[in-house]
Design a protein around this ligand. Structure first.
Ligand code: GNR
Ligand code: NI
Length: 170
């Protein structure tokens, strides 16, 4: 097992689009387990491969308090989406920033598990929001893309300044 390093906005690599996983083999299972370990280490509830600079359609999620109910979603797709709700979101790639985003309230989704079996499921609440947030990452999108231009500009300036200060102390 290994910890991976998480890219931070405005890193342009977060804009890459991930390609479908063609064969779910040991190398994919290793990536998925390393992603889960990284997500637990960083205290997140989800992580998409693009965030660790891997351009493949792999997502891990765990909403449980005990951090013992991992979901591995390979090649996830939204089949249908209904309703709308606003929820406060955060992102491991946008540290220390939280804001409200409107997303579909209920979704149907399809994915493959680590054995290559295909599943179709329904989700609502936080799981539905999280799956939409993670699939956006695989398409090079971030939750802050939904905010006003003014908010995005302020945030970019703040994080660029933080990165500069961090670079100085290294
Ligand atoms: O840890 C996370 N929390 C979260 C809260 C509300 C909506 C989405 C998320 S996902 C985020 C982890 C992350 O950045 N995944 O890409
Ligand atoms: Ni995120």
């Amino acid at each position: 097992m290994a910890l991976l390093s998480v890219l931070h906005y405005p890193d342009p690599r977060l804009r890459n689009v991930a390609r479908p996983v063609e064969s779910i083999d040991d190398s994919i299972r290793t990536i998925a387990r390393d992603m889960l370990e990284t997500m637990y280490d960083e205290g997140g509830i989800g992580l998409a491969a693009i965030q660790v600079n891997i351009r493949q359609r792999i997502i891990v999620i765990d909403l449980s308090a005990d951090r013992d109910q991992p979901l591995y979603l390979i090649n996830p797709e939204i089949l249908h989406a209904e309703g709308a709700e606003k929820m406060q979101e955060g992102c491991l790639s946008v540290p220390e920033y939280f804001d409200y985003v409107e997303r579909a309230e209920r979704i149907g989704y399809r994915y493959q598990d680590l054995n290559g079996e295909t599943h179709e499921r329904e989700a609502d609440g936080l799981l539905a929001v999280c799956i939409q947030h993670e699939i956006d990452h695989l398409d090079g999108k971030l939750f802050i893309d939904y905010l006003s231009n003014l908010k995005q500009q302020r945030l970019r300036k703040k994080l660029e300044k933080q990165e500069r200060q961090y670079a100085q102390v290294l």
